[in-house]
Design a protein around this ligand. Structure first.
Ligand code: ING
Length: 313
């Protein structure tokens, strides 16, 4: 098959502290944009909520402070330099941020084309954690307090380089996320994440945090014949550790590049979109092999219900 190379980079961020200004953060993003450009990359993926510290770790009460963690416009004054730099370099990018839209608040990502135009927007659908403080938890994860469920579905956009889809953090753990995009022919999935290692509902061994992160991405890439680029915000923010493990995964399910540390770090890979074609044409030829007439429970049930098995007649 003729190669269809997309030169891709992932820009992992180290911690953003509560007092770090957006200007200082945007300077870090632009520095990594230039590093990615020097590697030949045409697209770069930044993390979820990239502009601020991961504020859902606190049960904040001061509305002005809460509002300070969201953007009311995009680009905003603080992010305009990033858009300008990317356009000058002819690079597209994925950026995660907190979005205020009138009365509604979302955990949002945008896909910006190499010409500086916003191609598409995604609003996080799988909102993890809680709406109120969990007194038993060592740290809080209050995304349900701060974000509404996204209302834009899981679209895939046809760009000049590939069919690109987006999701955000917890979305990556749900096969439905990727299958809905797989049914749109996704070739490249971009996902930002902030995954705290201290947020536990039980005494899960900590190595499993990284294992489940990578497992989810590798399975999704293989089962939907797509490349996946995942960018973490990592390291210790306000005393709370978040995992690294930013990576680029091939449609084979193999990890082709992965960050070493938990700071600002750029990885890159020349991703051949034609590799996905092989899987879409054979093992995952959805039209030939899927049997949706048997998948009814996937949309009929939200939670698990009674088993359907019956005694043999
Ligand atoms: N973070 C986490 C994630 O899905 C989480 C939430 C933490 C889930 C630990 C499971 C275990 O990676 C976000 N922001 O969704």
């Amino acid at each position: 098959m003729t190669q269809r190379i997309v030169q891709l980079a992932v820009a992992q961020m180290g911690p953003v502290q509560r007092s770090d200004s957006r200007d200082s953060v945007v300077k870090r993003l632009i520095a990594m944009l230039h590093t990615a450009h020097a590697r030949g990359a045409r697209w770069v993926v930044f993390p979820e909520l990239a502009l601020t510290t991961f504020f859902p770790r606190w049960d904040l009460r001061d509305q002005a402070e809460i509002d300070s963690f969201y953007e009311t416009s995009m680009p905003s004054a603080a992010t305009e330099p990033l858009f300008t730099a990317a356009k000058q370099l002819g690079m597209g990018f994925y950026l995660g941020y907190g979005e205020i839209d009138g009365e509604r608040r979302f955990n949002t990502s945008i896909l910006v084309g190499p010409d500086g135009r916003i191609i598409g927007k995604y609003r996080k659908i799988h909102i993890p954690g809680d709406a109120v403080t969990q007194n038993s938890a060592p740290i809080q994860h209050l995304e349900k307090k701060y974000f509404a469920v996204g209302d834009l579905g899981f679209p895939v956009w046809q760009t000049d380089d590939a069919k690109i889809g987006m999701c955000i953090c917890n979305d990556r753990r749900w096969p439905e996320t990727w299958r809905v995009m797989g049914l749109q022919g996704i070739e490249l999935g971009m996902v930002g994440y902030n995954t705290p290692s201290g947020y536990v509902q039980w005494d899960e061994p900590i190595h499993l945090r990284m294992h489940h992160h990578l497992l989810s991405l590798q399975a999704a890439a293989y089962q939907n014949a797509c490349w996946i680029a995942a960018a973490g915000k990592s390291g210790v923010e306000e005393g709370a550790h978040m995992i690294g493990g930013s990576c680029i995964v091939a449609p084979t399910g193999e990890i082709m590049a992965k960050t070493l540390g938990e700071g600002d770090e750029v990885i890159s890979f020349d991703c051949d979109m034609a590799i996905g074609d092989n899987y879409r044409a054979n093992i995952f030829h959805f039209a030939r092999h899927r049997r949706p007439e048997h998948y009814g429970l996937l949309v009929e049930r939200t939670g698990a219900g009674d088993p359907l098995g019956k005694e043999p007649q």
